[in-house]
Ligand binder design. Structure first.
Ligand SMILES: NC(=O)c1ccc[n+]([C@@H]2O[C@H](COP(=O)([O-])OP(=O)(O)OC[C@H]3O[C@@H](n4cnc5c(N)ncnc54)[C@H](O)[C@@H]3O)[C@@H](O)[C@H]2O)c1
Length: 432
């Protein structure tokens, strides 16, 4: 049983691995708010959450945060260095949040699960299916939660899309496109430490891979059948190098009657820095009986301030994801679905640990694991797509472009058209 008890209430002690951009946008406001408001639900009552310890590469961001936050946050331990995540796992924390660069999620999450901590991982959970299987196995063995953040599933527009699909209003998706374009400053400044060898498809296409998989196919007999990708290089790194400027990904699902649904997801992290909305994001999904168009930033607000637009005041802002507000009752707040996704995880931990008698903890754990929107056990199609895309891009870099990955009974096979080359990327383990 994890969970620390103070005199007046139980407390979840949180550890944070990685203190970068996403920490600042979503975890930081959550930890600062929950410090004064606590969590509350009838099932578990009042539960406190404390940011108890952080692990970073150099320790500098932790110290800068400690200074700037002042008394908005309580005392926390800061650990840095290459084994900081492993060291953090030896401390008295109950739940660990992993927000390191995407190719460093697995080691940190595995160390946390091995130490018996509940785990929340930023998207994409991991890059390879065998890593996903191992984390899921460890979570079951240690009887803790292993969850992943895909906050687009909590966007009210996407919730409405899914509601229409679930209610049979929008029927049988056939095809669609999504685009998500990040500004150059992301790849060339914010991520300069780890961007070499990486691609924007893994970084952001996963938002839409998950949205498509969860909204249209989760719990249906349709299956992920094929993944392919191409991309461009030359801006973030040399044209022949392993670092990608932009990626176009295609995924195909097959329905049992032989019909197929195809989706194209275009991503980039070399969009101009002065783009009016900072990040460009739009989707179109086509159904047997309808079409859904949505734009993440053109939701009605257009604003321009001399000397302040497009930065820091964006011209077509998305206030639903994360915004700072003066509430009508005079309070200053920061809220949005990006922060809500973090709060939900801690509520799920509170439900498992404090939502009833200890003798029924395993039933509560199983119930919370069935929340497939964020459980690692339901992330197979998304990780399979990332695994396939990374393999196709790796061959492309070696001059073998046009690779296609077919998915059949849990096996991923890469084909290189014209070369006769095939390669098994993943073979399911028995019992998984
Ligand atoms: N949900 C979203 O919309 C969203 C948005 C941005 C980023 N992310 C995800 O969050 C993760 C981090 O992205 P970011 O934008 O915050 O990156 P960032 O580069 O701004 O920060 C990375 C942080 O990880 C730390 N770090 C790096 N290697 C480490 C290690 N081995 N051990 C401990 N700490 C280490 C760094 O010190 C830094 O604090 C990525 O997985 C990314 O995909 C999600």
């Amino acid at each position: 049983m994890v969970g620390n008890h103070r005199q007046d209430k139980p407390v979840i002690r949180a550890g944070m691995i990685g203190l970068g951009m996403i920490f600042d946008e979503t975890y930081r406001p959550f930890f600062e708010q929950v410090r004064t408001s606590d969590l509350y639900r009838r099932e578990f009552g009042v539960v406190g959450v404390e940011l108890a310890a952080v692990a970073t590469r150099t320790g500098q961001r932790a110290e800068a945060y400690r200074q700037s936050a002042g008394n908005r946050i309580g005392p926390f331990v800061s650990i840095h260095g290459h084994d900081a995540a492993e060291q953090l796992c030896r401390l008295d924390v109950d739940a660990m949040c992993v927000a390191t660069p995407d190719d460093r999620h697995y080691a940190a999450a595995r160390a946390a699960l091995q130490a018996g901590k509940h785990v929340l991982i930023e998207k994409p959970s991991v890059l390879r299916l065998e890593q996903l299987a191992e984390l899921d196995r460890l979570a079951r063995e240690q009887k803790v939660l292993a969850k992943v953040v895909y906050h687009k599933l909590l966007d009210p527009d996407h919730k409405k899309l899914r509601t229409h699909v679930a209610d049979g209003i929008l029927r049988h998706v056939n095809s669609g496109y999504c685009s998500l374009l990040e500004p150059k400053q992301i790849s060339m400044s914010q991520f300069s430490e780890w961007v070499q060898g990486r691609n924007p498809g893994t970084y952001v296409a996963v938002h839409y891979v998950k949205l498509i998989d969860f909204t249209f196919f989760h719990g249906t007999p349709a299956r992920l059948k094929m993944v392919t990708a191409t991309g461009q290089r030359g801006l973030v790194g040399p044209p022949e190098g392993p670092t990608w400027d932009s990626v176009q990904l295609r995924m195909v699902y097959a329905y049992p009657d032989g019909r197929e649904a195809g989706f194209d997801i275009h991503t980039s992290w070399v969009n101009p820095d002065n783009f009016p909305g900072y990040v460009e994001q739009e989707v179109q999904f086509r159904f047997d009986n309808g079409v859904w168009n949505a734009h993440q930033r053109k939701r009605g607000v257009e604003v321009c301030v001399e000397g302040m637009s497009p930065n820091p005041i964006k011209m077509t802002p998305n206030h639903h994801y994360n915004g700072t507000f003066l509430e009508p009752w005079g309070e200053r707040s920061q809220r949005g679905y990006g922060i809500e996704a973090i709060q939900r995880f801690f509520e799920e931990v509170a439900e498992v640990e404090f939502g009833g008698p200890p003798s029924e903890r395993e039933q509560r754990l199983e119930r919370v694991r069935l929340l497939h929107y964020n459980d690692l056990s339901a992330d197979w199609n998304t990780v399979a797509t990332v695994h396939a895309m990374e393999a196709v891009l790796a061959h492309h870099k070696e001059g073998r472009s046009g690779g296609v990955v077919q998915i059949e009974e849990g096996r991923l096979t890469l084909w290189l058209p014209g070369s006769g080359h095939t390669e098994t990327l993943y073979e399911p383990q028995t019992g998984l």
